[in-house]
Design a protein around this ligand. Structure first.
Ligand SMILES: *Cc1c(COP(=O)(O)O)cnc(C)c1O
Length: 405
């Protein structure tokens, strides 16, 4: 496993070091170790002239009104920009809002959007409902498409090429640099924006070093880390993209609670340690699943058996602890549900990235339109938390016996 001090990051310091120190500049903390929670709608100005001048510094971490964010948000924005290697970050209320804001910033009536077929379900829904109603057409493409394949999908009115690697629930790895090359070579510079949902990659994938223009994360997952906060981030690497996404978020009245930003800041200080442990535990459980006769295959990009493992090796410095399991085709999804119901250490629920393990049946709950949607057998998604892997495996082992009915 490559370590986190590899030169894919923008400073020589290790990830854990940067996560301890980012977002703690003097203006954020006033001498304390941690930024305070600044709650407020009204921001007072010393005089009318100062208020008028303040409007010129809109979106520049200068406070004119509560909806523009405050010091707690700015501290978290600095940390997430550091995680992803971008210049600026915008904090919004949920991961889904972080998906919606850049799509709305770059798409208008008559435009065409390209979405991977394995995209996070609610992002698909947004395209098929609101964006469709507003005259934006979306094509769902095979996530494993290469540079030539992407070139063939791009139309004169394509404005957004969206990526998510690995894909939600089915974990296909995308060749993001090749897709970005094809997108950027078509049309004039800046015509087509490459967006990426980098929630799975977190810091293991550096989006801007691989051709992405705008990176989206659900901070709800590992950054929050404790299953008690909902937040999203939109990170950019150019001033033009910053203005575009910031203005759209402002138009939509997007805002996140400073209390939640503070919880995310608390979460991020321990994220490097949690991620490392959860990566190791996740791999241990994934490898165990792969040895089981009940299992057809394990969908984990860091396993050499994964069909696009080479892309993960090339572009990622590590993995998180979310993966999929395909059971033998002799089982039905009802058998998998009985297996999951019998587990005592795995919660049954959406979201992931917390300290606790989760299991979810996925067959019948996901939509695929570009591919067959047949992955060989009934599927489950597994999230590994901070428990002892041996205890988790013992629980899973007793659960597998329930597969047979
Ligand atoms: C959870 C998730 C989101 C949405 O995050 P919320 O904060 O729950 O809205 C977006 N993308 C991916 C890949 C996710 O797993």
């Amino acid at each position: 496993m490559p370590d986190d001090s590899m030169p894919k990051t923008r400073t020589a310091q290790g990830f854990a070091t940067r996560m301890s120190h980012a977002g703690r500049a003097g203006t954020h903390v006033h001498g304390f170790v941690n930024p305070a929670v600044h709650r407020g709608s009204t921001v007072l100005h010393p005089n009318c002239e100062a208020r008028r001048d303040g409007a010129k510094h809109r979106f520049e971490q200068f406070m004119t009104y509560g909806t523009q964010g405050g010091p707690t948000h700015y501290a978290l924005e600095d940390v997430v920009a550091e995680i992803e290697g971008g210049t600026r970050c915008l904090i919004v209320g949920t991961g889904l809002a972080a998906v919606a804001v850049p799509l709305m910033a770059y798409l208008k009536s008559g435009d065409h959007c390209l979405m991977p077929d394995s995209v996070y379900g609610p992002a698909r829904n947004l395209c098929e409902t609101l964006l469709k109603g507003w005259g934006v057409e979306t094509t769902f493409y095979d996530p494993t498409v290469g540079e030539a394949g992407m070139r063939a999908l791009i139309r004169p009115n394509t404005r957004v090429v969206y990526t998510e690697s690995p894909g939600s629930h089915t974990f296909e790895m995308q060749d993001v640099p090749a897709i970005a090359r094809a997108a950027h070579a078509a049309g004039a510079p800046g015509d087509i924006k490459v967006l990426m949902d980098n929630t799975w990659g977190i810091h293991h994938f550096q989006p801007f070093a691989h051709g992405v223009d705008v990176s989206i994360q659900a901070l709800t997952k590992y950054v929050g880390g404790h299953s008690d906060v909902l937040l999203g981030s939109v990170t950019v690497n150019s001033d033009a993209d910053w203005q575009a996404v910031r203005a759209t978020a402002s138009l939509l009245g997007q805002f996140a609670s400073p209390d939640d930003a503070w919880l995310a800041l608390r979460g991020v200080r321990t994220m490097a340690v949690r991620l490392k442990r959860q990566e190791q535990s996740g791999l241990e459980v994934a490898r165990w699943f792969a040895t089981r006769p009940e299992v057809l295959r394990v969908m984990h990009p860091a396993l050499p058996s994964h069909p696009q493992h080479d892309l993960w090796r090339r572009d990622f410095t590590g993995a998180c602890s979310l993966f999929g399991v395909v059971f033998q085709p002799r089982y039905r999804i009802e058998d998998v549900m009985r297996f999951i119901d019998s587990l005592s250490l795995f919660g049954i629920g959406a979201s992931w990235g917390g300290f606790e393990s989760l299991a979810l049946p996925t067959t019948g709950f996901i939509t695929r339109t570009a591919g067959t949607g047949d992955f060989g057998g009934p599927m489950a998604r597994i999230h590994i938390g901070l428990e002892e892997p041996a205890d988790l495996i013992a629980d899973l082992e007793q659960g597998l016996r329930r597969l047979e009915g």
